[in-house]
Design a protein around this ligand. Structure first.
Ligand SMILES: Cc1ncc(COP(=O)(O)O)c(C=O)c1O
Length: 407
């Protein structure tokens, strides 16, 4: 198994800009193959989905290919893959679909670790129907969100629990399988935000027990939209408001209007690039024969090793930096590091880094509750995120830039 970061970087035209991009948790750079797939579908013969002629067939193939690719990525069922404008849009949509059946005796559970897109849609939907919202806190000292804390919020009235698989602010990965067991024992549904998680961990919706799992291809080398994965049988039981002539089939009844075929093709290409991250030597061929899922498994393992080394270097560098506080502390977490610096605004440090073409943005990154719960208010901190193309040179430049910025 090999991780050839130089070969991987050569697939990203945008890296010629010379910037060290530590903004992956906000959105990754895009490999050539993804852009080419988008352009090829868009500029080739293309109509609405159908079976009459090449243009209709190519639209059909783009949708089919996308559902297969996403099902491989999350270990789900192609009929359970729903496309949406963004994860935020999908969560708003599903909050409306699901809350049609809630009433004032029902309860929903949200956490202060989550991105606001997996908080506010549920809170607002609950408010609309008079349902009770229960909040689960994480420990601001350790960054951990315990299963016990989630379990303590469950009652026989709980209808849904919304929790992140990984915090986009501090990287914490709660124990989703254990949380799923508790949620299901209470007879509730589990809605998992996998948007940050999927950039670093290969999802397995079956194994983790998520009833709903969202992710966004633009966080893992693909185009800008969102995906929701669920069991087709569960989707069959949910009735969204929809146009009369639009199909009632699953998953299409959750996808409003015409699908962006070209972006779907781009997401398929992104999954294929991810599956090819682990390669052998000069050939650039994947190490692993067999299914795309098997290649994804090998690639994520290789990515993991690569990111662990870089993360350890950055953490050691931050530990040596006078006045730096690292807020990413949970025992299981992604390589996403949130830092603040005594005597310096994080946003100023971001600007100092940018002068050296190092991009590490500052803010709360919409994990507003988490930022406030950490005592960082709405300003948050400086976030350093890794992506498949991050290399040692990027890390050298980051650490040199930080040392100069806080000197
Ligand atoms: C953890 C997490 N959830 C949800 C979102 C929102 O994703 P989208 O832009 O697809 O709505 C983000 C985006 O930053 C995120 O990091």
């Amino acid at each position: 198994m090999a991780y050839d970061v130089a070969r991987i970087r050569s697939e990203f035209p945008s890296l010629d800009s010379g910037w060290a991009q530590f903004d992956g948790p906000g959105g990754t750079q895009t490999p050539r193959a993804v852009g080419e797939a988008v352009a090829s579908v868009l500029t080739g013969p293309l109509s609405n989905r159908g079976t009459t002629g090449e243009s209709e067939e190519r639209a059909e193939a783009a949708v089919h290919g996308f559902r297969l690719a996403m099902a491989d990525l999350v270990n789900g069922h192609p009929r359970g893959i729903v496309q949406g404008r963004s994860a935020t849009q999908l969560t708003y949509d599903f909050s409306r679909h699901l809350s049609k059946e809630w009433g004032e005796h029902d309860e929903i559970v949200v956490t202060r670790l989550d991105h606001d897109s997996n908080v506010r849609p549920w809170v607002q939907a609950a408010e609309r129907v008079g349902a009770t919202v229960r909040w689960v806190d994480f420990d601001p000292e350790t960054g951990e969100l315990s299963t016990e804390a989630v379990a303590a919020a469950l009652t026989d009235r709980t209808r849904l629990v919304a929790v992140t698989a990984a915090s986009n602010l501090i990287g914490t990965m709660p124990d989703i399988p254990a949380i799923a067991a508790a949620v299901h024992a209470a007879g509730a549904l589990l809605y998992v935000d996998g948007v940050h998680y999927t950039a670093h961990e290969l999802p397995d919706v079956e194994a983790v027990g998520a009833d709903f799992f969202t992710c966004s291809p633009y966080k893992f080398l693909g185009p800008h939209f969102g995906v929701l994965a669920a069991q087709p049988e569960l989707l069959e039981r949910i009735a969204p408001d929809k146009l009369l002539p639009a199909t009632n089939a699953v998953p299409e009844r959750f996808e409003f209007g015409t699908l962006p075929y070209e972006l779907l093709a781009g997401a398929t290409a992104a999954v294929d690039v991810l599956a090819g991250l682990s390669t052998s030597g000069e050939s650039g061929e994947s190490d692993v024969p067999g299914s795309r899922r098997a290649r994804l498994t090998a690639s994520y393992a290789a990515l993991h090793e690569h990111e662990e080394v870089l993360r350890a270097r950055i953490e050691a560098g931050l530990a040596d930096l006078p006045g730096a506080t690292l807020w990413s502390r949970a025992s299981r977490r992604t390589p996403t590091l949130l830092a603040t610096f005594a005597g310096h605004e994080a946003s100023d440090v971001t600007q100092r880094l940018a002068a050296g073409k190092v991009l590490a943005p500052s803010g709360n990154f919409y994990a507003l509750e988490a930022s406030r719960h950490l005592g960082l208010g709405d300003a948050g901190g400086l976030r350093v995120g890794l992506a498949p193309y991050t290399n040692d040179d990027d890390v050298d430049r980051l650490l040199d830039g930080l040392a100069a910025a806080v000197a």
